[in-house]
Design a binder for this molecule. Structure first.
Ligand code: FAD
Length: 305
């Protein structure tokens, strides 16, 4: 119930105007968001690299319905990639993009064109782009854009969500050598017609999907904090004879940081999803919805100020 309310809050423009502008959620923002500017996030990425962790940087901001705003977002990503290269971090840092922030709600062609500019800048910088997945109404179009981008930039990553009934089939379609696929449970509230609603079913599906990706020779990016899936992924990697360079774990900035360090120290590649920017409201609500217990921690932090 609380989870559904927080997911609804993440979609509410009105609440964003009310809450997003004041400092009420500041403790949660500080935990989940790596700063407001490109320089802040580069500093955070460097700290991770110094500790042997990798990063994928996400510039926060969703659902732009204006071509100029989409161009501005792409321009900021291109500038960020220049900073990644200048900082000598291209072997540790890539970027993640949301097609809705690049104009998909206006026109999928606009989003593809803007993402293509970011892919070109990433290639020049010596790194890669991963295209995030949004709600299930966008899956087909997002995968179509991903395929088109891969014709010119084959290392472009995509995301598949284990909770969706369709995903095992999508994994089969994308399970080929060199195919960078982030597998996650799925962060959006989806109807039972398209998605599993039972946690155990989602976990079973996750491991089946991961097996398909590993068997096909893809490069799976195992995006989860779930201890059962972390252990299951390591066991599957052993079963398929995968080494450190054949797959990676991904976790969110501010979530299970000790586990990130433990996995990196054990020799796994661990990439941290590192969001930054002033448009933190929706992202932070989604993180709170994933674990409503975070609200208790938030309440304590607010009271102690
Ligand atoms: P859960 O069962 O939710 O969590 C397992 C345990 O992890 C919890 O018990 C708790 O200890 C810890 N945990 C999980 N989340 C939190 C949190 N927010 N705060 C504190 N502790 C927490 N979803 C998409 O739909 N599209 C994407 O493109 C996408 N990209 C992602 C990229 C990365 C790198 C990651 C890690 C996740 C991404 N997600 C994306 C979100 C994902 O779909 C899940 O919603 C999210 O990861 C929570 O699922 P979980 O597998 O961690 O398992």
């Amino acid at each position: 119930m609380l989870r559904t309310m927080l997911q609804a809050a993440a979609r509410s423009d009105r609440l964003e105007r009310m809450v997003g502008r004041n400092r009420l959620l500041r403790p949660a923002v500080d935990r989940f968001v790596a700063g407001a500017t490109a320089d802040d996030v580069i500093r955070a990425a460097r700290r991770l690299a110094d500790e042997g962790r990798y990063a994928t940087i996400d510039q926060l901001g969703e659902a732009c319905r204006d071509a100029r705003a989409a161009e501005e977002t792409a321009r900021q990503y291109v500038a960020l990639l220049g900073k990644v290269a200048d900082a000598g971090l291209a072997d540790h840092v890539e970027v993640s993009v949301k097609l809705s922030a690049l104009g998909s709600e206006l026109d999928w062609g606009v989003a593809e064109e803007q993402t293509r500019l970011i892919c070109a800048a990433a290639e020049e910088a010596g790194t890669t782009v991963t295209v995030d997945m949004e709600d299930s109404s966008t899956t087909d179009d997002t995968l179509r854009v991903l395929r088109a981008l891969r014709e010119d930039y084959p290392r472009t990553g995509g995301v598949l969500q284990a909770m969706l009934h369709r995903t095992e089939g999508d994994c089969r379609a994308f399970a080929e050598p060199g195919s960078r696929i982030r597998l996650c449970k799925g962060a959006y509230h989806e109807p039972a017609a398209v998605a599993r609603t039972n946690g155990a079913d989602v976990n079973d599906a996750y491991l089946r999907c991961l097996g398909v990706l590993m068997e096909g020779g893809a490069y799976p990016m195992v995006a989860t904090h779930d201890p059962r899936l972390v252990a299951g992924a390591a066991a599957l990697a052993r079963k398929h004879g995968l080494g450190r360079d054949d797959w990676e774990f991904q976790m969110l900035f501010g979530v299970r940081t000790d586990e990130q360090r433990r996995l990196a120290n054990a020799g796994h590649r661990v990439r941290v999803y590192l969001p930054y920017g002033p448009d933190w409201y929706r992202y932070t609500c989604r993180r709170l919805a994933e674990r409503p217990a975070n609200l208790v921690l938030l309440g304590r932090a607010m009271l102690s100020r």
